[in-house]
Design a protein around this ligand. Structure first.
Ligand code: GLN
Length: 279
């Protein structure tokens, strides 16, 4: 169909099954406008779309209908007030991960110039949000994927936020360094979870973690203690039904003050504890 108006194109995409917000963001992207400029769409509902804009929008709508994240199509995602560039090399940063950032900031509120590391940084979302909120912090970030580190360091450079990036597995590249907080949104989906099919555009290495989804969390919990300063925190994001299991892993390892935090949907999404030398 040619010569659709802005309003018709959005309505048609919704008929095909695209949520209204996704249709609006993709339409704004095809028009070269900012993703938050939805008022413009409403004011210009009767404008006729240029043929190339319409073709771009229709191609992008098809990609979205094939479960590709909007963020990969537009190439960007808002996270904790920062605009990150993202693509298929990294996990699409999710709103629930902001819970982890907020928790880390509150744990560090009374520590001057804290040392913090983000394990499995992906796009750099957590590390960059922490550095933005706490310019006095020394932030390190680790990823096993060199491709992810390329995305994260480009984000750091563009946002002019300094983070020390390391390539390797969890705490291995950090030698004997110790931190006030270790934070991570590791892969935590069970490898046979049917939910993975809907996430096929994202790196599997950032999502799946063994039969119960806890392999990487177990590795991190095992390694973390020797990299924490006295009373330092290990804070982990995990799956919707893993809070109890992660709580048990941390307690069994000897962490104290073990507790969980809910995400915006009220799901216990993060669990963490402190490493105390006094027990
Ligand atoms: N939150 C993602 C999901 O379940 C998974 C991210 C992760 O494994 N860290 O859709």
């Amino acid at each position: 169909m040619n010569g659709l108006t802005v309003g018709q194109a959005a309505a048609r995409a919704q008929t095909l099954g695209l949520p209204r917000l996704d249709a609006q963001v993709l339409l704004l992207h095809a028009l070269g406008r900012a993703p938050h400029d939805r008022a413009w769409l409403l004011a210009h509902g009767d404008d006729t779309l240029d043929a190339t804009v319409q073709a771009t929008f229709e191609a992008h709508a098809q990609r979205r209908l094939n479960t590709e994240p909007v963020a990969y199509i537009t190439g960007q995602k808002e996270f904790f007030g920062l605009t990150l560039q993202v693509d298929h090399r990294v996990l699409d940063p999710r709103a629930e991960t902001e819970t982890l950032v907020e928790w880390a900031l509150s744990c560090l509120a009374d520590t001057a110039s804290p040392d913090v590391v983000d394990l499995g940084t992906g796009s750099g979302a957590i590390a960059l949000a922490l550095k933005h909120a706490r310019p006095d912090a020394a932030i390190s970030a680790v990823d096993a994927s060199a491709e992810a580190l390329a995305v994260a360091s480009a984000n750091a450079e563009r946002l002019a936020l300094h983070v020390d990036f390391h390539h390797g597995s969890w705490l291995a590249p950090l030698n004997s360094r110790t931190f006030d907080a270790i934070v991570s949104n590791p892969p935590y989906v069970a490898s046979d979870d049917e939910h993975l099919a809907a996430l096929k555009h994202e790196p599997l290495s950032a999502l799946a973690s063994g039969v119960d989804g806890l392999d990487d969390i177990r590795s991190i919990v095992r390694q973390a203690a020797q990299h924490l300063k006295p009373n330092g925190w290990l804070l982990l994001e995990h799956g919707y039904d893993q809070a109890q299991a992660v709580h048990t892993l941390l307690s069994n390892q000897g962490f104290v003050n073990v507790q969980s935090r809910p995400d915006l949907a009220g799901i216990l999404r993060c669990t963490g504890g402190q490493w105390s030398t006094v027990k």
